[in-house]
Ligand binder design. Structure first.
Ligand code: ADP
Ligand code: MG
Ligand code: MG
Length: 252
């Protein structure tokens, strides 16, 4: 069963501290949601865990199954079973979606154990069906000219193809209409199981109507300030964040 553990994490960007003593543990079988106002460091958390060079980790630790993640190269993190769906997926011209996914899958596999082209195509067809995606997406350049919603679906297609053990999904709901939201949620729900742990970062409670989280955390000013169950997300939707600020004596 996968285990991601983040302890006392401090992260800076350009010498400005963004994450301040951040703590969270995610086990296989669990779906956690982090909610919080804009600019509190949610995307910073995701990028720092996955090894984006812009984010300087000044102290603390991140482990995956007890192994030091911060010592791993970015591709080693993927091979350890970690996956990040980014808030703003990048476009890559000249590489088709199918080629990108096939090399990503095979990079995570041992030499000699690569997925055959036939098996790959069958799997990609099957997953694109789940996500109501047109087959033409396989041959289009990665994210190039994709609408916001298509990019998000494509991130979930990667999730279903790569089958990571721990996934961090950063605002996969932003810009989705209700049908796309349902499809994307169904993709995530399909991954549920004890070999899969997930961190959903979202600004809105809406996504959590379709993917029921086991735990909800509120993040403010670079750390988790409150945790609860799914009911916490509902209260945030109804009442916003002010009551938490008052409770904690936080000022803007
Ligand atoms: P959230 O995802 O919660 O909206 P972010 O992690 O994107 O918050 O941003 C947290 C803070 O870090 C903000 O003040 C933002 O301006 C700053 N920040 C994030 N990424 C960068 C970056 N690449 N360069 C400079 N500042 C950044
Ligand atoms: Mg934001
Ligand atoms: Mg963000």
């Amino acid at each position: 069963v996968p285990n991601l553990k983040i302890e006392n994490l401090h992260v800076s960007i350009d010498d400005k501290e963004i994450l301040k003593d951040f703590n969270l543990e995610i086990n296989g079988g669990e779906i956690h949601a982090i909610m919080g106002p804009n600019g509190t460091g949610k995307s910073t958390l995701a990028s720092a865990i996955m090894g984006h060079p812009k984010y300087e980790i000044t102290s603390g630790s991140v482990t995956m199954d007890g192994e030091d993640v911060l010592e791993m190269e970015v591709d080693e993190r993927a091979r350890a079973g970690m996956f990040l769906a980014m808030q703003y997926p990048s476009e890559i011209s000249g590489i088709t979606n199918a080629d990108f996914m096939r090399s990503a899958i095979n990079a995570n596999r041992e030499e000699g154990d690569e997925l055959s082209l036939m098996k790959f195509i069958r799997k990609m067809d099957e997953k694109m069906d789940v996500l109501d995606m047109d087959q033409s997406f396989a041959q289009r350049y990665l994210n190039e000219g994709f609408s916001g919603g298509e990019k998000k679906r494509n991130e979930i297609l990667q999730l279903l193809m790569l089958e990571p053990r721990i996934a961090i999904l950063d605002e996969i709901d932003s810009g989705l209409d209700i049908d796309a939201l349902k499809v994307v949620s169904e993709g995530v729900n399909q991954m549920r199981g004890e070999n899969f742990g997930c961190l959903i970062i979202t600004h809105y409670q809406r996504l959590l109507d379709y993917i029921t989280p086991d735990k909800v955390h509120v993040m403010m000013q670079g750390r988790i300030v409150k945790s609860g169950g799914a009911e916490l997300a509902e209260r945030l939707e109804a009442e916003g964040y002010d009551w938490i600020k008052e409770e904690l004596g936080i000022e803007d």
